[in-house]
Design a protein around this ligand. Sequence first.
Ligand code: COA
Length: 264
Amino acid sequence: MPSPTDKLIARKEGSIGWIIFNNPDRLNAVSLDMWEAVPIVLEEFEADPEIRTIVLTGAGDRAFVAGADISQFEETRSSPERIQHYEDVSTFAFNRIAAAKRPTIAMVDGYCIGGGLGIALSCDMRIASEGSTFGIPAAKLGLAYGHEGTKRLVDTVGPSYAKEIFFTARRFTHEEAMGMGLINRVTTKEALAEYVQSYCSMISENAPLTVMTAKTVVDESCITPSNFDEDKCNALINECFASEDYAEGRTAFMEKRKPVFKGK
Ligand code: COA
């Protein structure tokens, strides 16, 4: 299947459409062109009636996705206009995964960090190998996580674990992730692909209308109540991106040193 970039592989195998984040030198960190390619590939998969499930995964055996590509931030995520463009493109990709017209599984083998966890949370379920780790290091970089992604996290693990994940910005083991309900299933590294394929077969044999109705009704039942203050959340998010700490966070990552944050 064609994909606009070789950093996002689209492959059809039987009734499964595979989306593979392919930037292994950077632990499959997602660059702008990869975010842009996600909706295009999903569109192609959904136009194919033979594809019954979609699996998202990372190339190699070290990472699912280690977040957005920080090495691009200076170029693509520094001025207010570029930050907005970046947010629009990545948010569209997350939402497009969440709205996929097929059941989606994130197959996680290794690091599942930041935007990588956001991608996994946009899928209907997450199946991981032992030794995989999970976290959102936004507070180590001084940036803010979008409110839709935050809501997906809260809907999945509840508010207290969501706060623990954000406040500590640490990495959690697969056992901790299972305990929080962040992931659905764990297998050995060797058994992972086969396990995921068997899940896809199980789903494909079931009545498609029932499965897709369940997806829609579950998603609708998670919809935000109307008193959610989106403007307040967006103002706080923009403040993070405009802060000195965000510049310090990305510089410190590139210089491989600990950031010194000032809270402004
Ligand atoms: N963006 C860009 N490059 C990244 C990256 C990211 N999100 N995550 C990892 N990389 C790069 C590293 O810079 C390194 O590049 P180098 O070989 O040129 O030095 C390479 O991938 C391998 O990563 P490394 O840090 O050496 O592996 P590790 O096993 O020691 O640590 C992580 C793995 C995931 C803990 C660590 O790479 C990390 O903290 N990455 C950033 C995660 C993050 O903050 N994501 C959120 C972004 S919004």
